[in-house]
Design a protein around this ligand. Structure first.
Ligand code: COA
Length: 353
């Protein structure tokens, strides 16, 4: 009997503190109407500075996933942590999560994934290979973000800031030999052509971005980059992410359907067989476009971006966990996960729940 990888336990955690669109109007020139119309977002959650980090959010979700899988934290044999907002520049969140959960076994490996919005799909694909080869039996995969610590709350940053929120989701992955259970296929893609169009490039070894300096606000004489934060970066406000929203939008609406169909075609299924599509919660307009193009019914697509905004690596496991808690996904259901984002990187996973 062939071994495949099942999601044995799932959980999510979002901070209590809700920040509505109207709350943001206190800091920047924006409006509830603009944000709702363009993104579908009504509110997002912000974690507590000093009390939380990306790792502690991830740990809350991980504890739930571990309990629901019916295992103990000591049973976890590998950790994969996907985030773009890590606690530290280095080391990564994987080892911090190991410590936070009190896992003292040094046989456990910890891997960090830096694939932004598609980080969870990439993590799932990596975990799937490890499980299928028999190398690991209980992989903890976490997607978590604490965006609120890295956003520009002035009007200048509004194009990016209104979209993102904090949160975490986690799964425990185990081998299964059951028919109609587990991951059927995963598909990963990348195209670095537009790497800087949705990016947070400082600090970094580039030592100053030479391509489009003025577009990114770099002073023409200076080279503000560097692996570590410099005074020039701070003086020039080069400490926030930037996004070419329209370019991201155009690519997302093309790549989402492509990568979903790739997974369905590979396995001989069609859109009508899908019990649930969980798209990365980038923007409700993107999800709506994909749904329409693939002719999916409302009950075949799960969205929760209106409550949490875009939580990047956490968005798919949070949505999947919520859909499962609401009993919208049941054993044997065909579920597709799909993401597109910074890099650009994108991917999909098709599984039987
Ligand atoms: N509130 C009010 N006005 C805003 C604003 C905000 N939060 N952000 C931008 N604007 C303004 C702009 O300054 C611009 O004003 P101008 O016409 O006077 O110059 C105007 O709104 C239109 O800006 P534009 O960037 O062209 O808007 P848009 O229709 O492309 O919508 C996004 C912006 C970001 C919502 C849209 O491009 C998008 O959803 N892109 C995809 C982003 C995404 O999914 N990112 C996550 C990737 S995983």
């Amino acid at each position: 009997m062939a071994i495949s990888t099942k999601i044995a336990g799932i959980g999510h955690y979002v901070p209590e503190h809700e920040v509505t669109n109207n709350d943001l109007t206190k800091y920047m020139d924006t409006s509830d109407e603009w944000i709702r119309e363009r993104t579908g977002i009504q509110s997002r959650r912000y974690a507590k500075k000093h009390e939380n980090t990306t790792t502690t959010l991830g740990a809350e979700a991980a504890k739930i996933a571990i309990e629901r899988a019916g295992i103990k934290k000591e049973d976890v044999d590998f950790i994969i942590f996907a985030t773009l907002s890590p606690d530290y520049y280095f080391p990564g969140c994987g080892v911090l999560l190991q410590r936070e959960l009190g896992i003292t076994n040094t046989e456990v490996g910890a891997l960090d994934i830096r694939n932004q919005c598609s980080g969870f799909i990439y993590g799932l694909s990596v975990a799937d290979q490890f499980i299928k080869t028999g190398m690991y039996k209980n992989i903890l995969l976490v997607g978590a973000e604490m965006h609120s610590m890295g956003l520009d709350f002035s009007t200048e940053g509004r194009g990016v800031t209104v979209i993102f929120g904090d949160g975490a989701g986690a799964v425990i992955l185990q081998p299964t030999e059951k028919e109609n259970q587990g991951i059927l296929t995963t598909h990963l893609h990348s195209d670095g052509t537009h790497a800087e169009e949705l990016a947070f490039i400082n600090p970094g070894s580039h030592g100053g971005y030479h391509g489009d300096r003025e577009k990114y606000g770099f002073p023409s004489e200076d080279k503000p980059g560097g692996i570590y934060m410099t005074q020039t970066m701070l003086d020039n406000d080069l400490i926030y992410p930037n996004m070419n929203g329209q370019l991201v939008f155009k690519n997302a609406v093309k790549k989402f359907p492509e990568v979903i169909m790739e997974a369905l075609n590979k396995t001989g299924y069609s859109t009508t067989d899908l019990a649930m599509l969980i798209p990365h919660q980038a923007n409700l307009r993107i999800a709506g476009f994909v749904q329409k193009l693939l002719k999916l019914r409302d009950d075949q697509v799960y969205n929760n971006i209106h409550k949490y905004g875009n939580t990047t690596a956490a968005s798919i496991p949070i949505a999947l966990s919520e859909a499962w808690e609401k009993k919208l996904i049941k054993e044997g259901d065909l579920v597709c996960l799909a993401a597109f984002g910074s890099g650009f990187t994108w991917g999909s996973a098709l599984l039987h729940w």
